[in-house]
Ligand binder design. Structure first.
Ligand code: NAD
Length: 506
């Protein structure tokens, strides 16, 4: 596969290219240009023209275009799933599920943008009762989106759909591991809408860095925390605002009244689906001591039946990024060296392309497997004496993306004490599939939100208007203000705000 007119380069000399490879076989899946800083600048310049046109449309007009794009992608869902399978190695069924969820977000964003962003009247307050106050959320212009490879459709669509629905043009830089998927989505957009309001630039980190410096009006980054910091530093040079959706180290908390079969099932899927390469995947589990043995027995029984392998019906594919194999191996080795035990998998779980499910117990809290993002099908299971201890340990991480609670009586109370962006109760990662819920982290998992009304507003600026309807009874904003007006103001303030019931008596 080669690139199309959707991409930025139309240079006379042939561009430097790179190949995306199948993580299953090592075969070349596609060849793509390495876009230079000049190419990226041209793409942003062209996008600015598109932003003028797109931003001037009504919400309904934009929604109509986005519905057409959605329909084109949905009708070709198998084509996209096949491409995603080729580039990431993930099972086709997982690819289909990912696309379905991404399309659902696109539908919600386009259908709800008007409701949350359009101009509305807001209260003007007693002091400014003569004013009509209006608020609207306007598009920023051109949004740069930098994406990862692990969910190459769902993750970038979380930014792209919401940015487009809010009225922005988008220049998207997909991961160097999944450039074909990015180009495919932009090609479908062009076919559906007829204008490249969504365009793609491809390449390595340098291309992403160039997008940060190309004068976009906002940069939405999804990827590792380390790269997020570099993105933020580059964007700081021009005060370009950023959204950072970074790594996670999500925990599951299991109370003594939890449905243990459901908790074991969800933990295993949350830890091993997509070969553990999920930002909000399960990496740690804290279980009440009263049910620890029972839970562990159920989890290990299920985990032993699961294999990562090169077969048509495998439920776990390969590790997409070869360098990650070393990270996973190091985390397992470190856990074992510090006294941890592998009850499933272990030291030899990491192969040349695949990693077998690994359940680690008795792992000290300062081990790499507990403190750093592993991004593989591994999980640590730790016994706790109380839910207070589970909460404390969960919150001790520098990452704070999502979390899960399995409990009956105190589930809500436990969830409320977790410092992170999202919590699933008696399910796992469910929040990501609910389009009206915002998605994003706290601490080193990043900031800003995609999805939901917050995700729409993330790609806008608030525009406030105050219109005088009639002359004020008391002229306050003038040098002609009288002493009488000052005294009237003091009286009104006393009536409005001076009667707090907790004021000390003198
Ligand atoms: P990565 O940070 O290596 O790369 C992400 C993107 O940034 C790629 O497109 C890459 O080319 C680009 N990039 C690299 N260097 C850059 C630079 N200096 N300036 C600008 N762009 C640069 O991450 P990855 O390995 O592709 O993805 C895995 C990571 O993403 C994990 O940490 C995972 O937790 C995280 N992730 C987070 C979310 C979320 O929503 N919070 C979702 C998916 C993945």
């Amino acid at each position: 596969m080669t690139t199309t007119a959707v991409t930025a380069t139309e240079a006379s000399s042939p561009p430097v290219t790179f190949e995306s490879l199948s993580p299953i076989s090592g075969d070349v899946v596609g060849t793509h240009p390495v876009h230079t800083a000049d190419d990226v600048a041209s793409a942003v310049e062209r996008a600015r023209v598109e932003a003028e046109w797109w931003g001037a449309l009504t919400f309904d007009e934009r929604a109509k275009h986005l519905r057409t794009w959605k329909a084109v992608m949905t009708r070709r869902i198998n084509q996209l799933a096949e491409l995603m399978h080729a580039e990431t190695g993930k099972p086709r069924g997982d690819a289909l599920l990912e696309i379905a969820l991404g399309i659902d977000h696109l539908a919600w964003a386009s259908g709800n943008a008007g409701k949350h962003l359009k101009r509305r009247r807001v209260a003007s307050g007693l002091l400014m009762a003569n004013q009509a106050a209006h608020l609207e959320y306007r598009p920023l212009g051109v949004v740069g989106v930098i994406g990862p490879w692990n969910y190459p459709v769902f993750t970038p669509l979380g930014s792209i759909s919401y940015a487009l629905a809010a009225g922005n043009a988008v220049v998207f830089k997909p991961s160097e591991y999944t450039p074909g998927v990015g180009e495919w989505m932009a090609r479908m957009f062009l076919e559906a809408v007829g204008r490249p309001v969504l365009s793609v630039v491809t390449g390595y980190g340098e291309t992403g860095a160039a997008l940060c410096r190309a004068g976009v009006d906002k940069l939405a980054f999804t990827g590792s925390t380390a790269t997020g910091k570099r993105v933020m530093a580059a964007c700081a040079e021009s005060l370009t605002p950023v959204v950072i959706e970074a790594g996670g180290k999500d925990a599951v908390i299991i109370d003594d009244d939890a449905d243990l079969a459901a908790a074991a099932d969800a933990t295993l899927w949350g830890a091993c689906a997509n070969a553990g390469q999920t930002c909000a995947g399960v990496e740690r589990v804290y279980v009440h001591e009263r049910v620890y043995d029972d839970f562990l027995a159920q989890l290990t029984a299920k985990a032993r039946d699961l294999r990562a392998e090169d077969s048509e019906d495998t439920k776990i594919g390969p590790i997409t990024m070869p360098a990650q194999l070393d990270v996973i191996r190091t985390h397992i080795d470190d856990a074992l060296a510090r006294g941890g035990r592998a009850v499933v998998g272990g030291a030899d779980a990491v192969g040349e392309r695949y990693v077998q499910p690994t359940v680690l117990v008795d792992v000290p809290e300062d081990s790499l497997a507990v403190t750093e993002e592993t991004f593989g099908p591994t999980v640590t299971v730790t016994k706790v004496a109380s839910m207070a201890e589970a909460i404390e340990r969960t919150n001790a991480s520098r990452y704070a993306l999502g979390s899960t609670v399995f409990a009956k009586k105190n589930a809500q109370e436990i969830a409320a004490q977790l410092r992170c962006g999202m919590t699933a109760i008696n399910g796992v990662i469910t929040f990501a599939a609910i389009p009206s819920l915002p998605f994003g982290g706290v601490g080193e998992s990043g900031f800003g939100r995609i999805h939901g009304a917050d995700g729409l507003r993330e790609f806008t600026y608030a525009k406030a208007t105050a219109r005088q309807r009639f002359k004020p009874m008391m002229a306050l904003t003038t040098f002609d203000r009288t002493e009488k007006a000052d005294q009237q103001l003091v009286k009104i303030m006393s009536l409005l705000h001076g009667r707090g019931s907790t004021l000390p008596k003198r």
